[in-house]
Design a protein around this ligand. Structure first.
Ligand code: CUA
Length: 157
């Protein structure tokens, strides 16, 4: 009987955790005039970023009238480029990968938040409406400098 009671307890705890996660994701919705459109994944060899057309030179590229692509490399303990500068009223597709260990790429105060895994390319498109400055932080513990791993996205007019 006791075992069953504990099992029930764990089941309830697990359910609460899941509901909590969903609530967190839902609650962290659109803020400050930006919208996250979606995310996908691609692959890359983390030791060969220097030979990769996308990541040899971390940068922002204009690919359409209001469309930009940002190639971002996360590494202990920084993001490149920094700051990432994009114009207002733009759609920016971020391609983010890691040079070393698992990091994350999270725009503070928004729902833009992705894990950055070596060997994988996190892709997400974000609509920036208004000029603003966003902090970029790493939410995955990645070593002694984790708490200082910061960057910035500047949306300029
Ligand atoms: Cu990078 Cu924590």
């Amino acid at each position: 009987m006791n075992i069953h009671a504990y099992e029930k307890l764990w089941l309830v705890a697990a359910m609460l955790l899941i509901v909590g996660f969903i609530a967190t994701i839902t609650y962290g919705s659109v803020a400050l005039g930006i919208t996250m459109v979606g995310d996908q994944q691609d692959t890359v060899e983390p030791t060969e970023l220097a030979d990769d057309d996308r990541f040899d030179d971390p940068r922002v590229e204009q690919v359409g009238e209001n469309e930009y692509e940002a190639y971002v490399v996360a590494q202990t303990f920084s993001f490149q480029p920094n700051p990432i500068e994009v114009p207002e009223d733009s759609d920016v597709t971020f391609y983010v990968t890691s040079r070393d260990v698992i990091h994350s790429f999270s725009l503070v105060g928004t729902n833009v938040n992705t894990m950055v895994i070596p060997g994988e390319v996190a892709e997400m498109t974000v609509e920036f409406d208004d000029p603003a400055e966003y902090g970029v932080v790493c939410n995955e513990y990645c070593g002694p400098g984790h708490h200082d791993m910061e960057g910035e996205v500047h949306v300029v007019s």
